[in-house]
Write a protein of this length. Structure first.
Length: 378
């Protein structure tokens, strides 16, 4: 299995800027528009997988620990951004870096996008709220999304049944027209996109009644989302090709799901560990005790060792949160001891505390206690 760092030619401590720079360089070398070698397409797809993983902090951390199998086990998509195909090199750079080759790639002013070329659909985002326990153990939830799908009536052509797109009369099917502008400096002629067909070279005189000539329509869809055990607040999942349908036969975009975990009134999360507080009496702290507490797995007995100090931690191993990368590995339940000093005590308790105080001060506890008892009933 290939190493993502080796694919990009960077070391494991590379910054995001170094990874971006390496991807630009390698993409320019291996894009099939530039490199006609048989292996170019496969290598370019590998570049996309490596770049997408190493630029995402959560994915990168999982990959560094568990490799590509760990990403898959954690519920991440590992097919990469070019699994369904890719556009020209300029489109790739526009998509990844927000416009233009820049940086001296040597492509001049860039090409106009072919409006008839396959265009990838838009990505969508869906936010899901779950409770703390659902995040710990995972769940499957059915969700509804509204997204664009290819119109089933016209099969994406946009034309009414029996009709076909017609050649644009204004540009003769070229998609561009010559436009002359008169200025004080003279006449200037330039080639511009045809405003009648928007560069397609064809127009639809009889549009499909279901999609109104768009070739796509918005539909509601139900999707089963499997949220893995151990997700945290802000975790992201990607469902490939569940976004908007592409146009001109292009692949659909992806659906990104952002997980919001509602805080628990009882548990605090620290990585894969959970933390709770346990109030104990001075007697329990001195002598030790065994008490039952609530855990993620139900009630469990926890042993308080004799002489435990305020703020000390008693650990219940394996009762924490599953690792999202390795669900068989669970964290611990950390019980923080809080020694509570009583503010109101009974007469019997007062006698016992008095006796204890005398012992600790080296006095005759029996005599002192009797005197205090007599004094209480005078």
């Amino acid at each position: 299995m290939s190493d993502y760092y080796e694919i990009l030619g960077v070391d494991k401590n590379a910054t995001k800027d170094e990874i971006k720079s390496a991807f630009r360089k390698m993409a320019r070398k291996w894009h099939p528009d530039v490199n006609k070698a048989p292996e170019a397409e496969a290598k370019f797809k590998e570049l996309g997988k490596a770049y997408e993983t190493l630029m995402d902090d959560e994915k990168r951390a999982t990959y560094d620990r568990f490799g590509e199998d760990g990403l898959r086990d954690a519920g991440f998509n590992t097919q990469g951004p070019f699994a369904g195909g890719f556009g020209d090199l300029e489109e790739v750079f526009n998509s990844f870096f927000g416009g233009g080759f820049g940086g001296g790639f040597g492509f001049g002013g860039g090409r106009q996008r072919d409006p008839n070329a396959p265009q990838r659909g838009d990505d969508l985002r869906l936010d899901i709220s779950i409770n703390f326990e659902e995040a710990v153990f995972g769940l499957t939830r059915e969700v509804k999304i509204d997204h664009m799908e290819e119109c089933p009536t016209c099969k994406g052509t946009g034309a009414k049944e029996g009709a076909k797109p017609e050649t644009c009369k204004h540009c003769g099917g070229q998609g561009r027209i010559q436009q002359t502008t008169r200025t004080v400096l003279g006449h200037f002629t330039q080639i511009v996109t045809c405003p009648h067909c928007h560069g397609k070279g064809t127009v639809i005189s009889n549009p499909c009644p279901d999609c109104h000539g768009e070739g796509r329509k918005t539909v509601e869809k139900k999707i089963e989302v499997k949220i893995p055990a151990g997700v945290d607040n802000g975790s992201k999942m990607r469902l490939s090709h569940e976004g908007d349908a592409g146009s001109n036969g292009g692949v659909a975009g992806d659906l990104y799901i952002v997980i919001h975990v509602n805080p628990s009134p009882y548990y605090q999360r620290d990585g894969i560990n959970v933390i709770t507080k346990l109030d104990v009496t001075p007697a329990q702290a001195v002598l030790g005790d065994t008490v039952k507490i609530k855990t993620l797995d139900g009630e469990k007995a926890v042993t308080i060792p004799p002489g435990v100090q305020h703020g000390e931690i008693v650990k219940i191993k394996g009762a924490g949160i599953p690792s999202i990368s390795k669900p068989s590995l669970r964290g611990d339940h950390l019980v923080v001891i809080s020694v509570k000093i009583p503010t109101r005590i009974s007469n019997n308790e007062r006698v016992l505390y008095s006796k204890l105080l005398d012992i600790q001060n080296g006095k005759d506890a029996d005599i002192s206690a009797k005197e205090r008892i007599k004094g209480m009933f005078k």
